[in-house]
Design a protein around this ligand. Structure first.
Ligand code: NAD
Length: 356
């Protein structure tokens, strides 16, 4: 099992180092190799995703990714900016399925902006299609409006589009994932207004015939946004397109109270995946040893489950995270009165100790 470790910038090296120690403590045969990415790679090789890093990622079964970016790179030409590395990896590896679980740990319910009874025990999974939709549809651009309310005025336009195979493959990913959970999928669309999402709904409904053991419901995106703050626990797996998923997954992540706790996975059709925390490189706290490593450690657990076929090892890591939270250990972002403040390294070491 080959893992490419790409720590990146800011807090990236600190949090990936903690996650690597957890992986190494599992007693599995893992081959880990590191390479620079993002700003660190720009400094070392003049490009945020050098050929050598891309080749390492291509050859790996999974990629453990820290975070990239720093304000000091904001003036670089766009193709040289650190964030281009993630887009490049998604494109080159065909990572079309983005998994964003939103889990509210019992000990952290007070950190949510919703009432504790609405989020206690929350465990939902948002699956976002990552390579299609209005973000990539052509044509797009700016021009003089050929018609409409203001003919001749400056206008900008994008194209929302999905092909049947694109919807089929993400629907299958969602139904398969639901089989590992409570067997319920909500497909979120805007079929009442958009042709693209009428096709989406039709295709999801057809694919569902192959998964009769999974319950499927459809919901319009405006209603889904409302239900996520009204009764989030009513959901199990949500599957949706690139733009709706972008917005809803951020909304859902906030229900859990802390960005430092949220893992994510982006998979291709060979189950090869990129695993990273949902947050960025946090340059404001980089190098201070205070970043929360749990999102990255939980991303490593997702990697074991989805790309490396080691669900028991994933369970062990997730149980260890629950245990250190129950012990009252907290990095500053999740600290509250009566709990014990620890740094990045101590939190990682506590998870290692809690593994058994
Ligand atoms: P951010 O997620 O890096 O930080 C937002 C806030 O959350 C900051 O106050 C930060 O200190 C805090 N935070 C984030 N992760 C934390 C952790 N693990 N523990 C404790 N606190 C944490 O977002 P930002 O400040 O908007 O962006 C900073 C840089 O990260 C930018 O260059 C941006 O482009 C980049 N970015 C990268 C990714 C990625 O690598 N996937 C994602 C988002 C942003």
């Amino acid at each position: 099992m080959k893992i490419a470790v790409l720590p990146g910038d800011g807090i990236g090296p600190e949090i990936t180092s903690a996650a690597v120690k957890v992986l190494q403590a599992l007693g599995l045969k893992l081959e880990l190799e590191s390479a620079p990415v993002g700003g660190a790679a720009y400094e070392a090789a003049g490009h945020p995703l050098p050929e050598s890093t891309l080749n390492l990622a291509r050859a790996a079964d999974a990629i453990l990714f820290g975070a990239v970016g720093d304000w000091k790179y904001d003036t670089l030409d766009r193709p040289l900016r650190p964030e281009q590395a993630i887009l490049g990896l998604r494109k080159h590896l065909g990572l079309f399925a983005n998994f964003r679980p939103a889990i509210c740990y019992e000990q952290l319910t007070a950190a949510s902006s919703l009432k504790p009874e609405l989020v206690a025990g929350l465990d939902i999974l948002i699956i976002r299609e990552l390579t299609g939709d209005i973000y990539f549809g052509q044509p797009r651009g700016r021009r003089q409006a050929p018609d409409g309310h203001f003919p001749g005025a400056e206008e900008a336009f994008d194209t929302m589009r999905y092909t049947r195979p694109e919807v089929e493959r993400i629907a299958r990913v969602a139904f398969e994932a639901a089989r590992q959970r409570s067997r319920r999928v909500t497909s979120v669309d805007k079929a009442n207004v958009l042709e693209t999402f009428q096709l989406w709904k039709d295709v999801v409904t057809e694919v569902h015939k192959d998964y009769p053991d999974v319950e499927l419901s459809h919901m319009y995106v405006d209603n889904a946004a409302m239900q996520l703050v009204k009764a989030p626990k009513a959901f199990d797996v949500i599957v949706t397109g690139n733009m709706f998923g972008d917005i809803l997954s951020d909304e859902a992540s906030m229900l859990t109270g802390s960005i430092g706790m949220l893992p994510s996975a982006s998979l291709n059709d060979k189950k090869q995946g990129l695993y990273e925390p949902s947050h960025g490189s946090a340059p404001d706290i980089a190098g201070k040893g205070v970043a929360n490593p749990l999102a990255t450690i939980l991303s490593a657990a997702m990697m074991l489950r989805f790309s490396l076929g080691q669900p028991e090892a994933a369970d062990r890591i997730e149980a260890a995270v629950r245990k250190v939270l129950a012990q009252g250990l907290r990095t500053p972002d999740i600290w509250s009165e009566g709990t014990t403040r620890v740094g990045t390294r101590e939190m990682g070491e506590a998870v290692v100790r809690a593994l058994d």
